[in-house]
Design a protein around this ligand. Structure first.
Ligand code: SAH
Ligand code: ZN
Ligand code: ZN
Ligand code: ZN
Ligand code: ZN
Length: 422
């Protein structure tokens, strides 16, 4: 889809030079598209680009994949193979071509209904960063949605949540929740129909399936028979917040347009799952959002295991435009309701009488600094040189522009300690 317009700023200069680069790949190794905004591109280069794009299309269209799935489904167990190298379901006629590839045999229907277990997670840090929900977190999210009365979930970059909904809907008759998955990972088109999955780029709001796919999404957002919709998204953490926010606003607008009378000035309900240190960035774009204390856990994120297991705690939270008091967090996992704040908080999150708020962001008990007039991390001290609270070990004179991620001085976005897990 469309590239994004970036700006290269050099220190001290007001205006930098603007250029286009790939919206989805933050790493030039994955996609080396680069073009100065004012650059003249020759016909030959344009033609070469188009040629390159043609040669890099997926081997099957979504439609073809849907047909292939139907055929695959009819095969006896012994003939159901999945090529691990190509990440593709194989029909018997294709075995030959994949004969020197690793493959899995006897693919069961249960496996077909859990593609997120069958496919390997794309762990490329900067581009896909596929971190799958731990079962507990996924169940928690789903129960929460159901308890809040939602019957439709727009799953944007949440294949595992989508999968759990689909699975439950196929097993339990009284379970009437539906989900539409929007994701850039085209491998999922092998397992879901065009009404269940749209190939989508959340950094530029691009539907690869064109107008038809856009209509599918729009139709899904139309709340027939009072079936309320919520959007749940869990973007890669290296993603640009402004690009994501711009796409999410377009999805919200799509929802608003579905209602002739309009939804008044209501927003489409949303859960944006993201690390807590992005709080101020998200609130810049969505002032109606608040951050919940719930720690979202992942399967393949070694550092993100729940505190109780003795590992580091997850920094990932739920940002939502729903009323915080409605988001009930599980007491058995150590959350409690703060009546003053009217929301559920971590057990370690103490209500500060001076701030009149439960101020901890990371679940540990924070302390109030009278000089800073706010609560700060337990490990921080007030430095009279810098006139603020910071780590005890720091160099006072460092006074450069703050990090893009956490806003602190002394390091760049790429070296941000908040992101050290990746
Ligand atoms: N925790 C979620 C997965 C989150 S990982 C779950 O378990 O369901 C991030 C997801 O965003 C992945 O599924 C990845 O394929 C998708 N993604 C990455 N870049 C994207 C982009 N540019 N547009 C849409 N989806 C993207
Ligand atoms: Zn193969
Ligand atoms: Zn409180
Ligand atoms: Zn305080
Ligand atoms: Zn202080």
């Amino acid at each position: 889809g469309p590239a994004l317009l970036f700006v290269k700023t050099s220190q001290g200069k007001e205006e930098g030079r603007r250029f286009y680069a790939c919206s989805a790949c933050r790493d030039r190794k994955d996609c080396n598209f680069f073009q100065w905004e004012d650059e003249k591109v020759s016909e030959t280069r344009l033609a070469a680009r188009e040629e390159y794009n043609r040669n890099h299309q997926p081997s099957f269209t979504h439609r073809q994949n849907v047909d292939r799935y139907k055929n695959f489904f009819l095969l006896p167990l012994s003939k159901r193979r999945f090529c691990q190298e190509c990440q593709q379901l194989l029909l018997p006629a294709e075995w030959e071509r994949h004969s020197d590839h690793q493959f899995l045999c006897n693919i069961t229907t249960a496996q077909l209904k859990s593609p997120s277990q069958l496919l390997y997670p794309l762990e490329n840090k900067k581009t896909n960063a596929q971190y799958l929900f731990a079962d507990r977190s996924c169940k928690f999210l789903l129960n929460l949605l159901v308890d809040l009365g939602f019957r439709r979930v727009l799953s944007v970059g949440t294949p595992r949540l989508h999968e759990m909904i689909q699975l439950k809907a196929s097993q339990e008759e009284e379970f009437s929740v539906r989900s539409l998955l929007l994701d850039i990972d085209f491998r999922y088109s092998q397992f879901y129909t065009e009404d269940e999955f749209c190939h989508y780029n959340m950094f530029n709001h691009h539907f690869f399936g064109g107008e038809v796919a856009r209509e599918t999404c729009k139709k899904f957002l139309y709340e027939e028979n009072g079936e309320r919709v919520i959007m749940v998204t869990d973007p890669p953490f290296g993603g640009l917040v402004e690009a994501l926010a711009s796409s999410f606003k377009k999805l919200m607008a799509m929802w608003s347009e579905t209602e002739k009378e309009g939804h008044g000035n209501k927003e489409m309900p949303m859960f944006w799952i993201f690390p807590y240190f992005f709080e101020s960035r998200i609130l810049d774009f969505f002032p109606s959002f608040s951050m919940m204390d719930y720690q979202v856990d992942y399967d393949n994120h070694a550092l993100y295991k729940h505190g109780k297991t003795g590992r580091r705690q997850s920094p990932v939270r739920i940002f939502t435009n729903l009323t915080p008091s409605m988001i009930v967090l599980p007491e058995e996992e150590g959350y409690r309701f703060c009546t003053a704040c009217q929301r559920y908080v971590s057990s370690g999150n103490q209500h500060c009488e001076i701030c009149n708020s439960c101020t901890s962001k990371d679940g540990r008990r924070w302390k109030h600094c009278a000089l800073c007039k706010k609560c700060v991390k337990p490990s921080w001290f007030h430095c009279s040189n810098c006139n603020c609270c910071t780590l005890e070990k720091h160099s006072c004179e460092k006074n450069d522009v703050g990090c893009f991620v956490c806003g602190k001085a002394g390091h760049k976005r790429s070296a941000c300690p908040s992101l050290s897990h990746t």
